[in-house]
Design a protein around this ligand. Structure first.
Ligand SMILES: [Zn+2]
Length: 154
């Protein structure tokens, strides 16, 4: 058995570290994850192609279904306990529940969706995912090692 400790070293050609929390925070605020100045969205959920301030390309993010997934998880953890508290405390009619919690759920989802999407784009930027990796040449289906390819089974 060898006494030599196993140590981990960064490769010299490795990409510089990007801090995750500031990138996600900037994205959550609807700002470019790189500089925090330029706008991230040109409309409600449509991202800009590139940051107007620093030029960082944003178009190749792959947030896909993750923002709705996390938004549903967050909103459910707010609405369901409130619904149960109201039911246990006052047991109102079903139409009163519907009048309170359906609009609340829709409103909270609409409020949370852009910041959650921005945070996930910040995460992808910080981890050089997809086209944010300069070695990808801008390709969106790059996993940091090679191009992701998948062929459907026959
Ligand atoms: Zn920027």
């Amino acid at each position: 058995m060898t006494d030599k400790p196993i140590t981990w070293q960064r490769d010299a050609d490795e990409l510089p570290l990007r801090k995750l929390a500031p990138a996600m925070r900037r994205g959550m605020k609807g700002r470019c994850p790189s500089c925090g100045e330029g706008k991230l969205f040109r409309s409600y959920l449509k991202t800009v192609d590139a940051c107007a301030h620093c030029g960082e390309e944003i178009h190749h993010h792959r947030a896909d279904d993750a923002p709705p997934y996390f938004t549903i998880a967050i909103v459910a953890h707010i609405v369901v306990p409130l619904l149960l508290i109201v039911e246990r405390g006052w047991a109102p009619d079903l139409w009163i529940h519907s009048a309170i919690f359906l609009p609340m759920t829709i409103l909270l989802c609409l409020l949370f969706l852009p910041p959650v999407k921005g945070a996930l784009i910040g995460l992808q930027w910080a981890y050089y995912m997809h086209g944010f990796d300069p070695r990808s040449g801008g390709a969106e289906d790059w996993d940091g090692v090679g191009f992701v390819s998948w062929t459907p089974p026959r």
